[in-house]
Design a binder for this molecule. Sequence first.
Ligand SMILES: *[C@@H]1O[C@H](CO)[C@@H](O)[C@H](O)[C@H]1NC(C)=O
Ligand SMILES: *[C@@H]1O[C@H](CO)[C@@H](O)[C@H](O)[C@H]1NC(C)=O
Ligand SMILES: *[C@@H]1O[C@H](CO)[C@@H](O)[C@H](O)[C@H]1NC(C)=O
Ligand SMILES: *[C@@H]1O[C@H](CO)[C@@H](O)[C@H](O)[C@H]1NC(C)=O
Ligand SMILES: *[C@@H]1O[C@H](CO)[C@@H](O)[C@H](O)[C@H]1NC(C)=O
Length: 257
Amino acid sequence: MMMFLFHLSIRTFESSLRVLTTSALILSFLISQRPAASATGMTSDTDDLPALLSIKAHLHPSASLSSWDSHNSSTAFCRWPGVTCGNRQNPGRVTSLDLANLGLTGSISPDIGNLTFLRSLNLSLNSLQGQLPPELGRLSHLESLLLSRNALEGRIPGTLANGSSLWRISLGSNRLAGEIPAELGALSKLQILSLHYNDLSGRIPASLGNLSSITHIDLVGNRVTGTIPPSLGRLQSLVHISVTRNSLTGAIPAVHF
Ligand SMILES: *[C@@H]1O[C@H](CO)[C@@H](O)[C@H](O)[C@H]1NC(C)=O
Ligand SMILES: *[C@@H]1O[C@H](CO)[C@@H](O)[C@H](O)[C@H]1NC(C)=O
Ligand SMILES: *[C@@H]1O[C@H](CO)[C@@H](O)[C@H](O)[C@H]1NC(C)=O
Ligand SMILES: *[C@@H]1O[C@H](CO)[C@@H](O)[C@H](O)[C@H]1NC(C)=O
Ligand SMILES: *[C@@H]1O[C@H](CO)[C@@H](O)[C@H](O)[C@H]1NC(C)=O
């Protein structure tokens, strides 16, 4: 009898759990059926504003971003200097952030990874420090990453390769160290890989021979060693590769030179 009751209560527990799960499903369905945010243009206040405020908080002097303060409408931030938002399909989603050459110091907030509609990021010609946040890998629409001429340090995160839309990576004149991540070979749309004047070491990854769209590779002024991998010889689109001022040895692959 005890046994039976025990089983019964387990069964009751299980079925009420099932009911709970079902109502949770219905609830989340109902939530997702709220009036489409983009249709009303009202959503985006909850989307990209916190990330922009976090980006601002990581930068100094914030005086140059002093006009980043009006919250009087849900998409007011779309008119902040340097911020561009999407068209009617994605109103209030930031698609471009251009804060180049503003004399900024500070670092790049990891929350930048929340601007998931970002296509273009230009923070070049500042004095930004700290590391490239691995969260940049969450920006799957990112096409252009321009961070050259700052004081960024640490490694180039392999997660960048997750940004399958990237066609231009410009990280020259920083203090980036460590190896060139082999993962970058997965960027099938990448045309320009500019990593000059950093502190990169190790070998050039053979996987760069998979960059089927690449036209320019610039590694000048690093501490890269070894040889240019023969795999780079199969890059039909490559028109320019600069590797001087490194510690490379051996021959240059025959195909292009
Ligand atoms: C960014 O997204 C992460 C993960 O979803 C979340 O934890 C974090 O609070 C978000 N940051 C901001 C500033 O909204
Ligand atoms: C919102 O604030 C900005 C700047 O502070 C101002 O130019 C604009 O007219 C305001 N818009 C509304 C709807 O109040
Ligand atoms: C990025 O900023 C630099 C410096 O202001 C500028 O010369 C360049 O044209 C910008 N590039 C893009 C794609 O916005
Ligand atoms: C890679 O991209 C996917 C899809 O955009 C995303 O869900 C995931 O979080 C990204 N991974 C990293 C490490 O950024
Ligand atoms: C990328 O390149 C490496 C080394 O050349 C190779 O082993 C690998 O199979 C390639 N991956 C793809 C997806 O082409």
